[in-house]
Design a protein. Structure first.
Length: 189
């Protein structure tokens, strides 16, 4: 299945250049581009792109655009952009990059990639609480009792955590919790 790519860029020259770079690529289907961000939120819901390649000077933040859709937001850079502004993006494509680099960056940024280190999902507060309890070595029943929920709810949260992080083992989830500063050393047994 081809990755649906939406280009959001005011320059026709840049749009046509990117389209020619991707021409003949079996991985991508380039959607009708957007020249501005006036109706971008509605367009994202309607078009359901996998990847949005957007000029970061057009918008302050892309985090509100994602909604519930799994899509990669990739910054298209060809002029100075503050590093801080690029932190909200899943990847950055520099116009001076080679064709192969641009194609690979877009493919790796897509939400369909199986790289467990790259997920666009955040854990809910309850999932984080379950993860912390899990990292402390507690059983599903102990977690359920501590959080005042059923064991089935804990199991459901664990499935969501595994889906969102891509990590299946308790040890891996514990490392994830530690790397994301969800635990202090005093909470571990």
């Amino acid at each position: 299945m081809k990755l649906r790519l939406l280009i959001v860029e005011p320059s026709e020259l840049i749009i046509e250049g990117i389209k020619s770079f991707l021409e003949g690529q079996i991985r991508f289907k380039v959607l009708e581009p957007e020249m501005n961000t006036d109706h971008l939120a509605e367009r994202l819901v309607a078009a359901r792109p996998d990847i949005v390649l957007i000029n970061p000077t057009l918008i302050d933040s892309v985090s509100h655009l994602r909604g519930e859709q799994p899509m990669a937001m990739v910054a298209l850079v060809y002029q100075y952009v503050e590093r801080e502004a690029l932190k909200n993006y899943d990847a950055v494509v520099d116009i001076r990059d080679s064709r192969a680099t641009i194609i690979e960056t877009l493919a790796q940024a897509s939400p369909g990639e199986t790289d467990s280190a790259k997920h666009n999902y955040e854990l809910t507060k309850r999932e984080t609480a379950v993860l912390v309890q899990l990292a402390q070595g507690k059983t599903n029943k102990e977690i359920a009792d501590a959080l005042n929920v059923s064991v089935h709810t804990v199991i459901s949260h664990r499935k969501n955590i595994t889906h969102k992080t891509g990590i299946k083992s308790v040890a891996g989830l514990t490392v994830y919790a530690m790397l994301n500063n969800l635990l202090d050393e005093s909470t571990l047994i």
